[in-house]
Structure formats: C-alpha cells, structure tokens
Write a protein that binds this ligand. Structure first.
Ligand SMILES: [Fe+2]
Ligand SMILES: [Fe+2]
Length: 292
C-alpha cells in the first residue's frame, strides 16, 4: 500500500517513504595484473580505452566525494542516514583503492596514467570549493555513476566478451554505486541553500559535472589510445561514438534518466532498481582476496 504523502508529518523527508537498498561494503581485491589483458574489452581498443579512461577518474573523484559528504556528518541526526554515510564512505574508500590498483595495472598497456590523473586534480583546483558546492558536485557525479551503474546492471550483454576480472570489477562497482546512490543527495537535502538558490546550485554543479565527465573521459580515452598505438582516426572516433550511442549505447539509453536530475523534485530512488542489485549481488557475497 503506497504511503499517503499528503498526510506525512512536515518533518518527514520524502526519501523516507522510498525503498532504498542496503549499503554493503564488499572488500574485494581484483586480480587485474598478471597475463597481458590489453584490449580487455572484447579485443576492442576503443571500448577498453573509454572504460580505462573513466577508471582513471575514480581514485581522485571518490576521495573528493567522501570528503564532501563527511564534512556535513555533524548536521545529520537521523541514525539511518548516519549509518548510510558510513557505508558510503567504506564503499567509496574501497572503490578508490581498487581503481588505484586497476590504474596501476593498465600502465602496462601504455599511457601516462599519473599525468591524466593530474589533469583532474588541476580541474578540481579551479572549482568553487565552498562545502555546499562540493556536495552539490558530489550529488551530480553520484547521479552519473548511478545511471551508468543502472545501465550496466540492466543490460547483461553490456560487457559481452570482456575479460572476466575486468567485467567483475565493473559490475561490483555498479552494484555498490546503485546501493549508495542517494546518500550524498539525502545529506544535500538537509544542508542545501533554501529555495531557488539550492536548485540553481544543484543544477550548476550538474552542468559542471557533465562537462568534466565527458571531457576528461574523452581526453583520457584518446590519450591512452595514442599511447597504445591507436591514432584518433576517423574509424576510432566512429567506434567511440558507436560505443556511446549504439552499443552498448549508454549515453542514448540514459538520456532521460540524466535529464530527470533537473526536475525540482528529483530524488535518486524515484528510479527504484533494487531488483537489479538483487539479481547480481550474490556473486559478491563473500569477500574474496585474489592474488596480487
Ligand atoms: Fe564508487
Ligand atoms: Fe558513488
């Protein structure tokens, strides 16, 4: 029986009525080194470089997200949200560690990963660093990771032909991004500037996140490709567009979900995808430590 929203107490947050996933930090070490897994994504250098280019953003990005959310912990009194913040912090901390290991592993394929990571640090250094805006930026990137995660989990053929361990780390990350997708946003709803000012800050942060995510992933991917002996030829540019717009086609499929963020009453759990988490999470139930 759905709750009667019109009768909810005025101090009850809208998200309290929504089902949310439990947040479980799965401390897994992935085995990405060893045999040469160059072009690990179905032998496709462009698809591989796009995913690797995104991976390079995570250690710096997720550290930023943790700090942005934890900054406001003292403003939160709800024990459930406090527990969710802890879960979020643990999950993002392990993601950051594992993508650092991932990024070290792909150095063997070519490309100056450290220089690409520094590009993101330099970019962040130019942003408004007020705590509220940092949280708004975090909410925006968390929406990006949530819709990318949803796309990966909803389409089992997304990573068809990928090396199993690379597929595994991306699915693991997707499950946890889906689980904690509303944590930053629920904190934001407590501390945001009131009224129009809050909405304008949230959507300004999303426009920034959109530019940075697309620019940096694109730049990282083509820099890696060049270092791996693949020029930015017309063919490779077409392959990148095909990846984004046709197959798997995440940018096309998720456009509506992306735009929903601009609605004034947006909340991440308005899109309830707990069934996708349920379908996948058992493969990660036990902490597994793989050989280095
Ligand atoms: Fe993450
Ligand atoms: Fe996240």
């Amino acid at each position: 029986m759905p709750p009667n929203l019109s009768s909810r107490p005025s101090n009850q947050r809208r998200s309290d009525y929504m089902g949310k996933a439990d947040i479980v930090a799965r401390n897994i070490k992935f085995a990405l080194t060893g045999e040469d897994k160059r072009n690990w994504f179905a032998g496709n250098p462009v698809a591989t470089a796009i995913m690797d280019g995104a991976s390079i953003l995570f250690p710096v990005g997720e550290t930023y997200f943790i700090n942005a959310v934890v900054h406001f912990r003292d403003r939160v009194s709800d024990p459930k949200l406090l527990a969710e913040i802890n879960g979020f912090q643990q999950q993002e901390g392990i993601h950051s560690r594992e993508h650092r290991r991932y990024n070290n592993a792909i150095k063997a394929f070519g490309g100056d990963v450290d220089a690409l990571e520094q590009n993101l640090r330099d970019e962040i250094a130019r942003w408004d660093d007020s705590p509220e805006f940092k949280l708004a930026v975090t909410c925006a990137f968390e929406h990006f990771t949530a819709i990318l995660a949803d796309d990966l989990l909803a389409h089992p053929d997304f990573m068809a032909g990928a090396e199993p361990e690379f597929s595994r780390i991306w699915h693991w990350h997707a499950i946890e991004e889906a689980e904690h997708k509303s944590v930053a946003y629920d904190v934001w709803n407590i501390v945001k500037p009131k009224g129009l000012k809050g909405y304008l800050m949230r959507t300004r942060a999303m426009r920034l996140a959109t530019r940075v995510f697309l620019q940096q992933t694109h730049n990282n991917a083509f820099t890696l490709l060049a270092a791996r002996g693949e020029a930015a030829t017309g063919r490779n540019i077409r392959r990148a567009l095909y990846f984004g717009l046709v197959k798997p086609g995440t940018l096309r499929r998720q456009m509506g979900a992306y735009l929903s963020y601009y609605l004034p009453g947006f909340h991440p759990w308005q899109h309830d995808n707990r069934h996708l988490i349920e379908q996948r999470k058992d493969s990660y139930a036990a902490p597994i430590t793989a050989a280095e």
